[in-house]
Each structure stands twice: as structure tokens, then as C-alpha cells.
Write a protein that binds this ligand. Structure first.
Ligand code: APR
Length: 253
């Protein structure tokens, strides 16, 4: 099947990759669902909603500081780097990620749409202005917005909140135009991200899912690859780059 995927990728002119927490699992970032998932240990309604922040912003900030500390200690894995390589091999490439950990940027992927924000960035909970300084937040003394006095919160999308309209619109447009769409390491249950594979497929894209297990997206996938992304993606890149080198060598003779 790997050879088939290589051929499909080589023909692709416009590729979109959607990633979820699974791509960062091999870096040591916990996923949300599954046996060891965060939502098995913590209640999302107490930590990842505006209501929770209004009711107890100290606890919410303690949780985000804990996650920031955890993410500060990790690095991109072979899956993130392989995606960067795939970007360099495709004429029109977009990475759409639900992850807030910034690991794709650290791995130097360029064209990234962060659907759910970025955990390192802060914004005002009232006027939504982005706070440019990367300030550390003391949960006992949460700083206030200098423009409106609202409390500072992490710039991530909480449950019940709308996504940044420009970012999600770009993701829709790119998915509609893609001839190849990968969904990698996402449980495929949180919308609108989970709608993107179907949009791509409806418009003629080949849809490939890479996940350690089946998901609700599996039944529409043209290929379901049951594997860790950090193991499978480097193999794909290896084959693609080997073929590219031998093609260049042929041209030289
Ligand atoms: N390689 C590939 N897939 C993996 C790996 C791996 N090494 N490890 C885990 N997975 C898969 C799991 O099988 C699961 O399907 O990654 C998926 C992770 O799913 P979730 O924990 O639900 O994460 P995600 O899909 O990103 O969640 C979506 O939900 O809570 C919200 O805002 C949060 O962005 C998040 C959104």
C-alpha cells in the first residue's frame, strides 16, 4: 500500500493534511481521548469553556500553565518533520492542525492553519485583543487587558466557541480544492475540523487516514493506515525522496 500512496502523492498538485493530538503523542504530549487521554482525567466543562473561566479562572490558568510546562519540555517527532518534508515535495500544500502545541512550527512546516489557536499566546477574554508579549500568568493574580480591563486568557478555542473565521474559511477553501487529503492522528469527532475530509472527498480528493485505530472518518477513507504517524510518515518521505533522487540522477546522464 505504501507504494500506492507514493504514486498518489507524486501525482498530487494540491495536498491538505489535517492533524490532531495523535501526531504529537510520540513527542510525549497527551492526547485528549483514549485510555491515557486528558479528558479521561479532567472534566472539559471545568477547564476548557468560557463558563469555567468566569467561574474559576485560577483553576483554568493552573491547568494551562501545567500544559505549557509539559509542552515546553517536548520536541517535534519524526512525524512532524516528515510533514515538513512532504510540504517541500508538493506544489500546493496546507497543514491544518487542531493542535495548540506549536510543534509543527518548531518542525519548520510553513503553511500552517492553527484551527484551535496556540497555547503559548494570550488574549483578552472580553475584547479578544491578542497580547503580543509572551507573559507568564500567575493564576493568583491574572493580568488585565490594558485596553478594556478584561482578564487575560489563553488564545485557544474552548468548547462552545467559534473558530477564527478567516482560518476556518481558508481550511474549507483549501480542502475543496485539494486532490489529496490526509487525516493524521485525530479522532475525527470535533467539528468543523472533522468535516474537512468529507468536503475534500466530495470534491474529488483521495482521502487517506493515518491513525493507530479506526475513527468515524475511516468509513469514508480511500486508505486507512493503522500505524503510528511517527513511524509511517518517514517511510513515505524516504520512498518519495529516493525516487526523486534517482529521477534527478537519470536527468543528469
Ligand atoms: N499516530 C497516529 N495516531 C495516533 C497516535 C499516533 N502515534 N497516537 C494516538 N493516535 C490517535 C488516536 O487513535 C486518536 O484517534 O490520535 C487520535 C487523538 O484523538 P483526540 O485525543 O480526540 O485528539 P483530537 O482529535 O486532536 O481532538 C480534537 O478535541 O478536545 C478537543 O480541542 C481539542 O483539538 C482537540 C479536539
Amino acid at each position: 500500500m505504501l507504494n500506492e500512496i507514493v504514486e498518489i502523492f507524486k501525482k498530487s498538485k494540491s495536498c491538505v493534511i489535517l492533524t490532531g493530538a495523535g501526531i504529537s503523542a510520540e513527542s510525549g504530549v497527551p492526547t485528549f481521548r483514549g485510555k491515557e487521554g486528558l479528558w479521561g482525567k479532567f472534566k472539559p466543562e471545568e477547564l476548557a469553556t468560557m463558563d469555567a473561566f468566569v467561574a474559576n479562572s485560577k483553576i483554568v490558568w493552573e491547568w494551562y500553565n501545567w500544559r505549557r510546562d509539559l509542552m515546553n519540555k517536548v520536541e517535534p517527532n519524526t512525524g512532524h518533520y516528515a510533514i515538513t518534508d512532504l510540504e517541500s515535495l508538493c506544489p500546493d500544500f496546507t497543514l491544518v492542525t487542531q493542535n495548540v502545541d506549536g510543534l509543527h512550527s518548531m518542525a519548520k512546516t510553513k503553511n500552517i492553519l492553527e484551527l484551535h489557536g496556540n497555547i503559548y499566546r494570550n488574549k483578552c477574554c472580553d475584547c479578544s485583543r491578542i497580547i503580543e508579549d509572551n507573559i507568564e500568568i500567575n493564576p493568583d493574580n491574572i493580568p488585565k487587558c490594558q485596553y478594556c480591563g478584561g482578564k487575560i486568557r489563553p488564545d485557544v478555542v474552548w468548547f462552545g466557541e467559534l473558530l477564527n473565521p478567516q482560518i476556518i474559511n481558508s481550511a474549507f477553501v483549501k480542502s475543496e480544492k485539494a486532490d489529496l487529503f490526509f487525516s493524521i492522528g485525530t479522532s475525527g469527532i470535533i467539528h468543523p475540523a472533522a468535516s474537512l475530509p468529507a468536503i475534500a472527498k466530495r470534491n474529488g480528493a483521495v482521502f487517506i487516514e493515518i491513525n493507530t485505530e479506526e475513527t468515524p472518518l475511516t468509513y469514508i477513507a480511500d486508505y486507512h493506515i493503522e500505524s503510528k504517524s511517527g513511524e509511517y510518515l518517514p517511510k513515505l518521505v524516504d520512498l518519495l525522496t529516493k525516487e526523486r533522487h534517482s529521477f534527478k540522477t537519470k536527468l543528469l546522464y
